[in-house]
Design a protein around this ligand. Structure first.
Ligand SMILES: [Zn+2]
Length: 197
C-alpha cells in the first residue's frame, strides 16, 4: 500500500540523520494550493518531541495531522481522522504513541491512585481508562509504556470497526496502523495493522 511505503521511507531519513526537508518551497506551496492529496493521516500526542511532519520528513500537503494529549480520540478527533480517507481516499491512518509519554504517565497515576487530574485533564485520563484496565490486570516492568502500547492498539483496532472506515479497510483501500515512536532512537515501530501487500 502506497501510504505505508511512503511513510516508511520518509521515517528512515530521521533515523539516519538524512533529512531532506522536502515539499517546503514556493513551488510545492503553489502545487498544493488548489488541492491536497496527503499520503497519510497521523494521530499523535501533543508532546513537543513528536511532531509527525518532522518524524516523517514531510512538508506542505503531505500529511493530515491530529494531535491530542496521549493521542486520545473523541467524536471530533475521530471525525477529523476520517476526513481524508472518506473524502479523498487517503490510504493510511497511523495511531502513533511514543516513549515516555507524560500524558499517559499522568493518566496512569490518576487512575491508579483514584485521584482525578485537575480540570479538563481528567477527560484525557478517562479516555485512557480502557488501556489502563488492561495493563492493571498484568505485571509490567514499565506499566506506563505498556499502557501506551495497549492504548494505540485499541484505538487502531476500534477505528476500522466504525461504519465509515470499516468498508474502506475491507476493500483494501485503507490501512489503520498502530505505531510506537522511540525518543531514544528516532525510529517508528509498527505494532499492528501493517498491510501484507
Ligand atoms: Zn505523549
Amino acid at each position: 500500500m502506497g501510504g505505508v511505503r511512503e511513510a516508511d521511507g520518509r521515517q528512515q531519513a530521521l533515523v539516519d540523520g538524512d533529512l531532506r526537508h522536502p515539499d517546503r518551497d514556493p513551488r510545492r506551496r503553489q502545487f498544493v494550493a488548489e488541492e491536497q492529496d496527503p499520503f497519510g493521516v497521523i494521530l499523535s500526542c501533543i508532546d513537543s518531541r513528536v511532531p509527525p511532519e518532522l518524524l516523517f520528513d514531510t512538508g506542505l500537503g503531505d500529511l493530515f495531522v491530529m494531535r491530542t494529549g496521549g493521542q486520545v480520540v473523541g467524536d471530533v478527533v475521530t471525525g477529523s481522522v476520517e476526513y481524508g480517507p472518506m473524502t479523498s481516499g487517503t490510504p493510511l491512518i497511523v495511531v502513533l504513541g511514543h516513549q515516555r509519554c507524560g500524558a499517559v504517565k499522568a493518566a496512569h497515576k490518576a487512575l491508579k491512585d483514584d485521584k482525578p487530574l485537575p480540570g479538563n485533564l481528567q477527560s484525557i485520563a478517562e479516555a485512557l481508562r480502557p488501556a489502563y484496565e488492561v495493563i492493571a490486570k498484568e505485571k509490567h516492568a514499565d506499566p506506563v509504556d505498556a499502557m501506551t502500547r495497549v492504548h494505540i492498539k485499541q484505538t487502531s483496532a476500534d477505528l476500522p470497526s466504525n461504519k465509515d472506515l470499516g468498508p474502506l479497510v475491507k476493500k483494501g483501500d485503507l490501512a489503520v496502523v498502530s505505531a510506537y515512536y522511540s525518543l531514544d532512537t528516532g525510529r517508528v515501530e509498527v505494532l499492528t495493522g501493517a498491510p501484507t501487500a
